[in-house]
Structure formats: C-alpha cells, structure tokens
Ligand binder design. Structure first.
Ligand SMILES: Nc1ncnc2c1ncn2[C@@H]1O[C@H](COP(=O)(O)OP(=O)(O)OP(=O)(O)O)[C@@H](O)[C@H]1O
Length: 410
C-alpha cells in the first residue's frame, strides 16, 4: 500500500517536472515567435516604405513620359495686357498675336515684358516662364551670413584656428596688416576627402564675419556654361565686391585648375580661359579688406602650380577624415537635438564608425532617427544607431567595391 502511494507521489513529481519543462519550452517558443513577428512586422514596414517609394517613382516617371509626349511650346513676350483675359504677345518666331490665357495662370505675373510659353496649335498661354536671368545668378549659391558657427563643426579645432588667422583676421582687422606692413594671405586652399567639412569651415567664417557667402562649384561651372566660364568668374568677383564683406568659396577647384596637359581640345581651352580669368582676378585684387577667397579640392595633387604661387592660393589647410575623438565630437553635434534613450553610447558608435567622414556621421544620425520613426517610436535607441552604422558604412564599402570594379573594368 505504502509502496503504491510512493509510486503515485513519484509520478506526480515527474509530471510536475515535465510540466515545468514544457512551460519553459512554451515560454521560449513564445519569445521566439514574438521575435519573429516583430521582425516580420519590421520587414513589412520596410516593404511598405519601398512600395511607397516605387509608387512615387512610377508617378514621376509617368509625368516625365507625359512631358516628352507633349508638343513643344513657343516662347513669346507679353507686350500689352488687354481686358477680358487677353494679352498681346510677340512670339519668338516674329509675329504679334492677341491671345487668351488660362484662368489658372496668375494674372499679376502677366505684365508687359513677361516671358510666356504658348501652345503651338491654339497659341494660348500655357505658363509664365521665369525671367531670363543672367546664368551667373543661377550658377551660384549666395547666402547672406550663413547660419553655421564654429560650434557646429566637430574635430577640426586646428583647422578652425588656421582659417581664423588666414581668412577671418584680414576681414575683421585689416588695419593690423597695414600697420605691420604685410600683405594678408589672399587665397586659402582647403583640401581633403569629400564630406569632411570644407564647406562648413568656409561658411562658418562668413557667419563669424557677417559676410555674404558666395559659393560656386567649379565642375558645374565648366559643364553648364560652356564658353561663359571667364565671364562668370569676372561676375563672381564683381558680385563679391558689391556684397562685401564676402567670402568667395570655389568648390572642386581642380575642375578648372588641373595641371595643363599638352594635348588640348576646345573643352580644355575653355577650362584654361576660365582658370586664366581666375588668376587675373586674384592678381588684380586688393587682398586687404573685405573679400576672402577660399577654395576646396579633394585632388590637391593635380592642381596647376600657377594657382599655388604666392599671392594666389598660398595657404593650405588639410581637412582630413576625422579620428575617433573627432567622430565623437561630430556625433555629439548631430545628436544634440535628437531624443535619445539612455543606452545610446556615443563612444561605441564613434569606435564602430572608423573611416567615416563628417557627412557619413550625419547620415548615420539621420538614419538612426528614421529607424525609430519607422517603428513609430518617439525615442532613438542604441540598436537604431547600430543598424544605421551597418547601413551607412556598408553602403560606403559597396561604393568602394563599385569604384574598384570601375577602375578595373572601366
Ligand atoms: N567636421 C564636421 N563637423 C560637423 N558636421 C560635419 C563635419 N564634416 C561634415 N559634416 C556634415 O556633413 C555635411 C557635408 O559637409 P561639407 O559640405 O562641409 O563637406 P565638404 O568637405 O565640403 O565636402 P565636398 O568635398 O563633398 O564638398 C555638412 O553639412 C555637415 O552636416
């Protein structure tokens, strides 16, 4: 009898153990399933986002096809505005017409002198065109006192000291140079890989000196305005004097200032003329006073030595890829306004993002924020940053591989 009850008790014990194991297994499976569900939900969100992006692309491509299908329009100039929705225009092909215009057009913009586009068949006005500005205006970025202070630049303390001395001081205290009797540096060349803060440095000087920031991208300059380069360079310097104090920032200067090659095509000659004009402007320029010239390149090795002679770009400041401390500073700047979970470890992120430029680090912060938004979280967690580092650094790596492949096969 006693034995039977002992047996029963043992069985109960065994059953209890089995139930415990099953419960644990169950909890584990539940956790795994929950994790899988979360992952699937995340994938679903990503796919939905991708679908939205593709829908947008399809829409814009459809618009593009429509544009290609529509017949060309005739350009005309309004010469007189009549009553009842009619205007007199002189078409670019010669004759004058009295025509109507769509009621969707802004009547105020239809004043004498306005440039309009006419439908070729009905001759009605389809749209009012922007006024025919000097291409000079469209080729430049002009910003009165840009909103970038030195505090928004991370890891470039030495470069800031140098640029203060070489560009800021002559603008702020030209009398110092006159008193001592020396010429202040005329042009400063910032060199280093893309996205390391060269533009930021030039903008910060403009901010600090209340100057107008005039940026031109030399490569676009020669691409867009063939035959116009020299005239545009003159225009840039004129504008800079007009708007003084000002900083002229010439990005990608290597596009117009690469070492001269023997063979010369008409394109090369055009680039040459642009460079000659730039040199002439710099030579005839009173360095003292109110216009600072800063140029940037990531190919200092191919620059024409004529550009680097004293009195031209004779100060060089290297703007390198940030080291770990620099990366930490830059990350601090770009996460300053973000809502971060306590677990976000800036030291670890800077440690993991070896080789990243300032622009990459900014992209990592933005991407981390996007991960949080996609998951509808109001706060950014460490995992978001880890995913962002993977994505951005991964993209960089792919880009490098693509470039290498390009070099090998192209
Ligand atoms: N040192 C830095 N500190 C803070 N932000 C930086 C830094 N470097 C780059 N960034 C971020 O990256 C963006 C791009 O940098 P910037 O345009 O100054 O690079 P760049 O060196 O002029 O590049 P490029 O050679 O491609 O013109 C900046 O707007 C800024 O947000």
């Amino acid at each position: 009898m006693e034995k039977t009850s002992q047996n029963i008790l043992k069985k109960i014990e065994d059953l209890k153990k089995e139930i415990k194991i099953l419960k644990e297994d169950n909890a584990k499976t539940k956790r795994n399933l929950m994790w899988k569900v979360r992952k699937l939900e995340k994938d679903k969100l990503l796919i939905e986002n991708e679908k939205m992006r593709l829908d947008r692309e399809v829409k814009s491509l459809r618009g593009e096809i429509e544009r290609f299908r529509s017949p060309p329009l005739v350009i005309a100039t309004v010469t007189e505005v009549l009553d009842e929705g009619k205007v007199v225009v002189k078409s670019s092909t010669g004759p004058h017409f009295v025509i109507g215009y769509s009621r969707f057009l802004d009547e105020k913009s239809l004043e004498p002198g306005a440039r309009v586009a006419l439908n070729q068949q009905t001759f009605s006005i389809v749209s009012v065109l922007p006024s025919e500005k000097d291409p000079l205006v469209t080729g430049m970025e002009v910003e009165e006192k840009p909103n970038v202070s030195y505090e928004k630049i991370g890891g470039l303390e030495e470069q800031i000291v140098e640029i203060k001395e070489t560009v800021e001081l002559p603008l702020k205290k030209p009398e110092l140079f006159t008193k001592i009797g020396i010429e202040p540096p005329k042009g400063v060349l910032l060199y280093g890989p893309p996205g390391t803060g060269k533009t930021l440095l030039a903008k910060a000087v403009a901010h600090e000196t209340n100057a107008t920031f005039i940026k031109i991208v030399a490569s676009e300059f020669v691409k867009k305005y063939i035959g116009e380069g020299a005239r545009l360079v003159r225009g840039v310097f004129e504008l800079a004097k007009e708007k003084a104090p000002s900083i002229i920032f010439i990005d990608e200067i290597d596009a117009i200032a690469a070492k001269r090659l023997k063979s010369s095509t008409s394109g090369d000659r055009e680039v040459q003329r642009t460079l000659m004009q730039l040199l002439a402007e710099m030579d005839g320029f009173e360095g003292r006073g109110d216009v600072g010239i800063v140029a940037a390149t990531n190919r200092p090795d191919i620059l024409d030595p004529a550009l680097l002679r004293p009195g031209r770009f004779d100060r060089f400041i290297e703007v390198p890829i940030p080291n770990e401390d620099g990366r930490r500073e830059i990350l601090k700047i770009h996460t300053k306004k973000m809502t971060l979970e306590e677990d976000v470890d800036i030291d670890l992120i800077s440690n993991l993002s070896d080789g990243a430029s300032g622009a990459d680090l900014k992209a990592i912060c933005t991407e981390a924020g996007m991960f949080a938004i996609r998951e509808e979280r109001p706060i950014v967690v460490m995992n978001d940053f880890l995913d962002a580092v993977d994505k951005i650094i991964g993209m960089e790596r792919d880009e490098e591989i693509r470039k290498e492949a390009g070099v090998m096969y192209g």
